[in-house]
Design a protein around this ligand. Structure first.
Ligand code: CDP
Ligand code: MG
Length: 725
């Protein structure tokens, strides 16, 4: 074998795709010496004394040593950040000089791939350009999909503001369970999932003149399916324009998939961003984030901070820690505005992240990766990136889907860093080592379709009459075994007949339909609705943990978490859907309201399919049987040290938040699995193994369900079905 010359480690490699007019990513020159970042800069500003004092204040917190690159960030001119009028802002976006060329290219080609740096104006401007160019004549609509609900809402609100119209009139959005559009709506932002649903009622999307599949690089499951469907309808609707918009990633693949559609590139404006790595891995990245934010706050020149965390819980914890430490430091430090952003945050709180930072203060936005490419917050100069994200992963062999915190990809890390260089030169602090970046992170994120349970997708495609899924035009086909498993499960559920044809529509619908038999549809409706918003029902603020836990305990009823959820809802209903009641019982009002909306919708559905709404009158056996009927393939049996799933013998555990955590009954149905420290079952309900043969005789053999006495594991005061007689 011939030897490949080794490159000098870390010295010459430019870690990311470069581009842009004024700035590019600087080549990294990693210095061996480490320093507390920023020292040189402050000397220039004659502020060093002051800063040293602040550093002393922080000394009790462990300072983090970052390895620095050589570049200095010029101070950010306040003038650059000052508020301009909307139209001026619109004209100042990188996309604006390309307006005419872009419209001409759209005119000329049916399908166009548009690539542009995040924040260049693709999402907010292109639909407006199209509208101004007459694409909505005759009431035709322009649709723009977003993978995330928050992005769809916030972008629509922004565009409505730019056009000085009321949100929901000419500009609207549509996300699951919330339709903010009207007859007049011509610019419609929606989640990719909602556009998929529209195919059900309008398979050729006849009311649209343009479809923009935005954030295509995210490669969500729904976006990937849309690719196949839209490519298909574009063939028989030559008048339909299709735009595939993406951050600067993977655009060649999109072009290739859409029969070599041309790529329109919007040159970005990107200022240099210095990347700093930690010298050693961080044991606790949450704590490291908090320390880094404070370090930046006291040692760095003005500019806002963006922190990437993986989810609501982490974000709330981080915000609380920051606020608490700021309180402790009091007037010794300048004002620090701490703002969270994640999907379940109330929309008025979400809007706050866009408010300009008052002079003298600094803003810290603590976000999920929604801020990676979907949302652009002006004024960010510093990015803190722990290098993690929450990802769905799927094991086709066991049929398990779990949400896992995993290292993000290098592509993600580079997008995150890029957020620091939009308005001026910036800095990105990576809470991992340069070595980890190179050797431990994947190059790109695996498309969701490769790591998900395809049950709902199969149902949707089938309900669109697409029966031959093996030959569906997927950009990256899902693994064959995943597809086969999904078909098997749906067949077992009775959703597909022996020809693989659809018999019923949606998993939760199936759950409801199956419950018809057990005369408890009233309760099952509520449970289904509550499950659809699960995990955000109980409110547990850090400073009132004991009160919150007591309040939660008060809702516990025998049988399992589904019944607890039912109990919460029933009591809330009896309170007259009271906000005060929620407040007193540590229940999230917003989630409850959503559950009520979902419930209303489901009730409408029951009406349409003529399922009678009846109550089991306080008997919980029919309810538990109905859950068993809907989720029989989610069965787990008590075994040594934990539980084992019945079909695949995978070891799983009851989640500590569950009402059955102590009790550990012999047989359980779980609603979902989450992987945190181990594989936990969330929302579990106790069942009788005999019911499994009753509801799914085609799926279980009685032998599989025998309780062998050697496996008996009496725990605590837990009573099993057997003992109960
Ligand atoms: O889609 P792309 O990433 O190319 O950019 P965009 O989302 O259209 O954002 C263009 C500009 O609008 C950015 O400067 C954002 O800061 C601004 N914007 C905003 O101020 N408020 C929003 N809710 C959305 C965008
Ligand atoms: Mg965008």
């Amino acid at each position: 074998r011939s030897k490949v010359p080794q490159r000098d480690l870390e010295l010459e490699e430019t870690p990311m795709e470069l581009g842009g007019e004024q700035g590019r990513w600087e080549e990294e020159r990693l210095k061996t010496a480490s320093l507390s970042f920023g020292a040189k800069k402050e000397r220039e500003q004659g502020m060093r004394k002051e800063q040293e004092k602040y550093q002393l204040i922080l000394e009790e917190e462990e300072m983090i040593d970052f390895v620095s690159t050589d570049q200095e960030a010029p101070a950010l001119s306040q003038a650059e950040l000052k508020k301009q009028s909307m139209q001026e802002v619109r004209r100042s976006l990188p996309i604006f000089p390309y307006r005419e060329d872009l419209l001409a290219a759209i005119q000329e080609h049916q399908i166009l791939v548009i690539e542009g740096e995040t924040g260049s104006g693709k999402t907010t401007q292109i639909p407006q350009y199209l509208l101004e160019d007459g694409y909505t004549k005759g009431g035709m609509k322009i649709g723009c999909t977003q993978p995330r609900r928050v992005a769809a809402m916030s972008v629509a609100a922004r565009v409505a503001q730019e056009m000085s119209v009321k949100l929901g009139n000419e500009v609207g959005y549509s996300i699951r369970f919330e339709d903010c559009t009207s007859e007049r709506t011509v610019l419609k932002y929606m989640t990719d999932g909602m556009l998929l649903r529209e195919f059900l009622t309008e398979p050729d999307l006849a009311s649209y003149s343009v479809i923009i599949i935005d954030e295509a690089h995210e490669r969500t499951l729904h976006t990937d399916i849309l690719f196949g469907l839209i490519k298909d309808i574009a063939r028989f609707r030559p008048d339909l324009k299709v735009l595939v918009a993406s951050a600067t990633l993977d655009t060649e693949r999109f072009s290739c998939f859409f029969d070599d559609a041309p790529v329109f590139r919007i040159p970005g404006r990107r200022f240099p961003v210095d990347i700093f790595y930690t010298k050693a891995p961080e044991a606790d990245y949450l704590e490291a984030c908090v320390v880094s934010v404070l370090q930046i706050h006291v040692t760095q020149s003005p500019g806002d901070v963006l922190v990437f965390l993986t989810g609501q819980e982490e974000i709330e914890a981080c915000c609380e820690l920051l606020q608490e430490r700021c309180r402790r430091l009091g007037s010794k430090i300048a004002e620090l505005l701490v703002l969270p952003i994640y999907a379940n945050l109330p929309s008025d709180m979400q809007a706050k992240i866009f408010n300009p930072t008052p002079p003298g203060a600094r803003k810290v936005v603590v976000a999920t990766n929604i801020a990676e490419t979907s949302l652009t917050i002006d004024g960010i100069i510093y990015v803190i990136d722990p290098g993690f994200c929450k990802q769905k992963s799927y094991n086709a062999r066991t049929g398990m889907e779990s949400l896992i915190v995993t290292p993000c990809s290098r592509a993600s890390a580079n997008q995150r860093a890029g957020r620091a260089g939009r308005v001026a030169a910036g800095k990105c602090f990576r809470l991992y080592t340069a070595w980890a970046f190179k050797h431990e992170m994947e190059e790109t994120t695996v498309p969701e379709i490769q790591r998900t349970n395809l049950g709902n997708v199969v149902l949707l495609l089938k309900s669109l009459g697409i029966n031959d899924l093996i030959h569906f035009d997927f950009m990256d086909p899902p693994p064959h075994e995943t597809l086969v498993l999904a078909l098997e499960q749906l067949y077992a559920l009775g959703a597909l007949n022996h020809l693989g044809e659809l018999t019923k529509l949606d998993l939760i619908n199936i759950f409801i339909i199956t419950c018809d038999k057990y005369k408890c549809s009233e309760e099952v409706l509520t449970i289904a609705a509550m499950l659809s918003v699960n995990n955000s029902i109980f409110y547990r603020p850090k400073d009132k943990v004991v009160h919150a836990d007591n309040a939660r305990m008060n809702f516990v009823v025998p049988g399992g978490d589904h019944l607890v959820l039912l109990n919460v809802y029933t009591q809330w209903l009896e309170s007259g859907f009271s906000t005060q009641w929620c407040y007193e019982n540590f229940i999230q009002f917003r989630s409850m309201r959503r559950a009520r909306d979902v419930r209303d919708q489901l009730e409408g559905l029951m009406d349409r399919i003529e399922v009678e709404v009846v109550s089991s009158q306080g008997d919980n056996v029919p309810i538990r049987k109905a859950v068993t009927a809907g989720y029989f393939y989610h069965t787990a049996r008590l075994s040594k040290g934990g539980y084992k799933t019945v079909k695949h013998q995978q070891t799983v555990y009851v989640h500590p938040n569950s009402s059955l955590f102590e009790e550990q009954p012999r047989w359980l149905i779980y609603h979902e699995l989450v992987f945190t420290t181990k594989e936990f079952m969330r929302q579990v309900i106790e069942i009788d193994s005999g019911w499994l043969l009753e509801v799914a005789p085609h799926y279980y053999k009685s032998k599989e369900l025998e309780d062998s006495s050697s496996k008996k594991m009496p725990r605590k005061q837990g009573k099993t079905k057997e003992e109960l007689g």
